[in-house]
Design a protein around this ligand. Structure first.
Ligand SMILES: NC(=O)c1ccc[n+]([C@@H]2O[C@H](COP(=O)([O-])OP(=O)(O)OC[C@H]3O[C@@H](n4cnc5c(N)ncnc54)[C@H](O)[C@@H]3O)[C@@H](O)[C@H]2O)c1
Length: 349
């Protein structure tokens, strides 16, 4: 029998099952609020993070991306894909997992599923941005695109921004039916709509969260009235946008990390020097958010590595003392650090 791995070999691993157990135990709305606060706190220390546009590998049908960052103490990355055709094959559009490591030793400290966690962190980031940008007292949100992310978005806007009504629309009616049924127990007034235009009625916040491997026009200029906040989630790849360019020209645009958003976001439709404001500057008081009630504010979200880093750190702290993880034998730990081969040989005795 080869010797059992030492304590140093083990890395806590959060499976999909355990992530769901953890979130249910804490309560999804509390988790969304905690994540929003964690992401906001990290956006306040934005300048000390390593930042790079994510590394994307495109194919004709989708994209696979790596999203790394570090605050100097911890290093993190997420693996994530985006394949809009997947749902027709019974697969998800987006799946993800991620890792946190200790910068001092390079040893991994957490490996986690991030498919559920990405939906939570995206929703929390969206609502956190809206907390700074949306019209005061907004109660009604239009939710265009009722796929995997949609219920998470609706619950985050309820818990973090006080939204009480969601107006749902999807080109696939069955997606709206499912989203509406899933949200039934969660204390929102739900209105199912038969067109994007109908979903807009009375909406102070508009979330677009559709998936297509091409430039789409989910919102046309005439659909967007003055004073609304647009939370545009689905345009997040070169050649994949959701808003008509004219809307961008009427909006104050807020982004996560311009070098990435100019490649992937709605603003890929605009000149490279079109003015945008970085969300972290609004959060740290260096730039203004919404300045008047008539302004159209647009959060052109593509998803940035720091949001995943914040989410992973939150999970690492939340699992302590709980049963919601298992230990993976992930790091080789020979008694003599230079005798890796000796350890390998003994495993065959
Ligand atoms: N910004 C971010 O941080 C972030 C994070 C996660 C996902 N995303 C993006 O969000 C999008 C949605 O992700 P998902 O996992 O919910 O995808 P999904 O495939 O589960 O759902 C997308 C929904 O959009 C609907 N749709 C497509 N075209 C439409 C149209 N013209 N009008 C109305 N509805 C339409 C589809 O029928 C589907 O129900 C994807 O594009 C994904 O890449 C962004």
């Amino acid at each position: 029998m080869p010797p059992s791995p030492s304590e140093l070999a083990y890395v806590p691993f959060v499976s999909v099952e355990n992530m769901m157990g953890l979130v249910h135990q804490i309560g999804i709305e509390k988790v969304l609020c905690d994540l929003a606060d964690a992401i906001e706190a990290d956006f306040k220390r934005w300048e000390l993070f390593d930042k790079t546009p994510r590394v994307a590998s495109h194919s004709a049908v989708g994209v696979i991306e790596l999203m790394p960052t570090s605050d100097g103490e911890m290093y993190g990355f997420k693996y994530v894909n985006g394949h809009p055709k997947n749902t027709k094959e019974g697969l998800q559009t987006v799946t993800a997992f991620g890792l946190l490591a200790d910068v001092d030793t390079g040893y991994p400290k957490l490996l986690s599923e991030m498919t559920v966690l990405t939906a939570l962190r995206t929703a929390a980031s969206s609502a956190m941005a809206a907390r700074h940008l949306a019209p005061k007292g907004a109660r009604i949100m239009a939710m265009i695109g009722n796929g995997a992310q949609s219920e998470f978005q609706c619950l985050a806007f309820k818990a973090i921004c006080g939204i009480d009504t969601v107006r749902l629309y999807d080109i696939d009616r069955s997606a709206t039916v499912r989203c509406s049924a899933n949200l039934k127990r969660h204390g929102l007034t739900i209105v199912s709509c038969t067109s994007g235009q109908e979903a807009m009625e009375g909406a102070e916040i508009i979330t677009t969260c559709t998936a297509d491997k091409q430039n789409a026009t989910i919102l046309t200029d005439n659909m967007v009235g003055i004073g609304v906040h647009i939370n545009a989630i689905g345009g997040d790849c070169p050649g994949k946008t959701e808003l008509h360019r004219d809307i961008l020209l009427r909006s104050e645009i807020f982004v996560e990390y311009p070098p990435q958003t100019r490649i992937e976001g709605e603003i890929q439709q605009l000149a490279d020097d079109h003015p945008v404001t970085e969300l972290w500057e609004v959060i740290s008081g260096k730039a203004k958010g919404r300045t008047d009630a008539k302004q159209i504010t647009l959060f052109d979200s593509v998803g940035f590595a720091i949001e995943d880093f914040s989410a992973l750190r939150y999970v690492l702290s939340a699992i302590k003392g709980t049963p919601w993880f298992s230990n993976l034998d992930m790091v080789a730990d020979p008694d003599d650090p230079r005798d890796l081969f000796g350890m390998f040989e003994r495993a065959n005795q």
